[in-house]
Design a protein around this ligand. Sequence first.
Ligand code: NAD
Length: 506
Amino acid sequence: MKRIKMETAAVTTTFSRPQHLNVPADLLERPEAVFVGGCWQAGRGAAAILAIDPSTGEAFARILPASAEQVAEATQAAERAFIDWRRTSGARRADFLRAIAAGLRGRKPDLVALQMLNNGKPRYEAEIDVDDAAATFDYYADLAAELDDQQGRPVLLGDESLTGATYLEPLGPVALVVAWNFPMVTTAWKLAPALAAGCTAVLKPSEFTTLAELVYGDLATQIGLPAGVLNIVPGGGSVGAALCSDRRIRKISFTGSNATGSQVMAAAAGRIVPVSLELGGKSPIIILEDADIAQAVEFASAGIFFNCGQMCSATSRLMVAEGIAEDVTAALVAKTNQLLVAGHDEPDAQMGPLTTTEQFAKVKAVLEKARAAGLDCITGGNPVHDRRGFFVEPSIYRNVPTDHAVWREEIFGPVLAMRSFTSVDEAVALANDTDFGLAATVVGTDGDAAAAVARRLDAGHIWVNTSQMIFPNTAWGGFKASGIGRELGPWGLAAYRGVKHITSAV
Ligand code: NAD
């Protein structure tokens, strides 16, 4: 562990940086973390943000957030840059997107190390993140390259004296506000289609994982992205609120909690600004009577313990056919008990810590509540006492009452609620009995029967005999309280474009 003392006029902080991760200093020391009009500036906002290593609970860097004035400068820069960027050909925009993808891949080892340090992700998970972010830019580069030929498509009007044509126009400068659980990835899902469509962007990273997102500013400079096409304003909720209510913003795309999502929607309503919301979930996994038990257990485990359960798509409610419930439960508990829960000092870690101290407190409170209610905990149920940092045991509860918070509310941690069912109708009813509708998994040897169950579920993305795989050309987003709109695929691009029709006299 390397100790580094940093002093400013007001504060002296000692930072701990684990040397085995080898995160380069340029990714950690960011006296200028606000990116406006192609230039880095020192943040002039309120209290400094400390970046915390969740494996140890210690601070490793400090970031000065943007002020409200800097947010306004960023939206002005985005507005100015929009004039030329919207006229830049799709083919040229595609070149920039490909260059960002290549840039991410070029810094992959450093970004993986940074994700491990800041998010507590095991190495293999951090590697997936960087690959997914790069793949998203490549995908939208392909779509951007096709845009030029799609403009001005003729529309037959049935009147020979008139012609019609349709254009798809970028909406303008957009606000992109993201969460902390998959930094770079959820940003890529917004930034890549926004830039492909011809929008300029102001990105507001999560205050918990700012540093990884700043790399997009570095790449913008490196590839010569025109000034103001991408701007970054680090900070907390007040910076996000200032951005969402800025009069120059023509679209808001938000990923985060339902509570904040509704505030963002209210801000958007004030000015009638279109909004996309990617919110929470309480997704089901249904294990049918004919399921392969080993496979079902793999999917159930990945669906709740990947990223320490901090996934909007976590399949946190397991429904298993009564006939195999005992075998599935035994196999799942055995697998869970073998998971290596550890931080970045353990190369073979399979599940890391929770990412923030707030999330740690929230999950511990849920475990307490479950204990107080006498829920049947079949493994886990406690914080990990012998480690520093924000570790909790992977936890499973059986026969959870359907009106209990562990069954109904998003926990955003490695906590699985189980129930059994006696008929497929009962399983479908249980699965759909939720305010959310983001994702689901169905497992069964008869693929057609499993797919038929999938068709009956109210969820935006469903996996049949696989789990948590998200490709850039599929749709991401939810029904009900899980959000509004879809990211990824052509739908993700459409979210940043408006339809313009021109009717002309011949
Ligand atoms: P959060 O709502 O606390 O914060 C999200 C972002 O909003 C942060 O950048 C935050 O600073 C900002 N913010 C806070 N107040 C704001 C305001 N008034 N106006 C504008 N911005 C504001 O969420 P979180 O804790 O960072 O993320 C966890 C949540 O995100 C979970 O509920 C999870 O399900 C959800 N999530 C959803 C998806 C999805 O694709 N559906 C993906 C990842 C996370």
